[in-house]
Write a protein that binds this ligand. Sequence first.
Ligand code: PLP
Length: 384
Amino acid sequence: MTRSAIYLDHNASAPLLPQARAAMVAALDLSGNPSSVHGHGRALRNVIETARGQVAKLAEAERGQVVFTGSATEAITQAIIGGAKAFGVDALAVSAGEHMAVLKAAEATGLPVTTVGLDGDGSIRVEDIAAAVAKADGAGLRLLVCVHLVNNETGVIQPVDRVEMLVGPTPHHLFVDAVQGFGKLALEFSSRASDMMAVSAHKIGGPAGVGALLLKGHADAARLIPGGGQEQGRRGGTESAAAIAGFGAAAEVLPGQFYEANVSELIRTAEEGMRAMAPDLVVFGEKSDRIGNVSNFAVPGLKNSVAMMGLDLLGLSVSSGSACSSGKVGPSHVLAAMGVKPELAECAMRLSLGWSSTADDVEGFLKGFGEVVGRHRSRHGRAA
Ligand code: PLP
């Protein structure tokens, strides 16, 4: 396997922050069960509660609103399957741009699901949510509305405030997948009208295999794993103190404004550099408000399967933004929902940067991009 020299795929998983690693190693040296009342147990409990405070602070949530889970996928599944049951909703309204974790959990409820569209710039059509709410009101039905804060493929920041204004004052409920916004945007969970939000550790420099569900008190009954009553009965199973410690440490060190200050500039440089070499470059969601760390782009005619292989051979790890768990590159349901033609969507690639990214990384990427585009142009006889 080629060892990639430059990592440009933070949205898939960010490298582990050294502070998170140190916190995990320290926790791994402790023995016991955090639910035990003896000294060993209390030491581990202390690790978990410190991390809960750190995650709560970054999410602007109360400590008691943070439930640690085994991943964001689990948190999402708990919110949707557990929430639908706890709230007694009759149907769901789910945006077409959701991560598969949301789409599959919605399907697994067995309830009717209304799909809410995206516009051509990648934003959730709030008017579709208004229509779904009005229809449910007319039929006397209760909805669970599921949206996301930032799109993992395009980086488009979604109009969650407007969705909250619409859903908040009604008897309907709202879940927000905040995975790609956590640590980059202010979450303000406790002052928001959302009932539930999901976040993940490995997108912010913590370890994979731990996430959190943020729950308002009235949503506490949204449960999936009853088990031994851990997490105040909201998620059974002995907590992975080391993973949670790493999550907390990452939340502690990640400065919220980091992305705007540094990474956005790197993304701008990358897009300008690519456009200078490929003037026909398409940047998806370019007209929308985008998070600063992502660029989802296409060079028309240059298939992502070919380009990514070329970049990989040069030691550059980028993504198509839509890799399935098998590792194969599949068509993007997000770009399809934006109305992007399949032949252009086949050319989409995603650059996602984060805490470890440097100007040298972008320079290295642009060099590789130039080589891959140059090779494609010479093979297909088109001028750049
Ligand atoms: N939601 C979004 C928007 C994501 O980008 C991801 C990960 O790619 C997830 C959910 C799932 O997170 P986890 O890997 O922690 O289960």
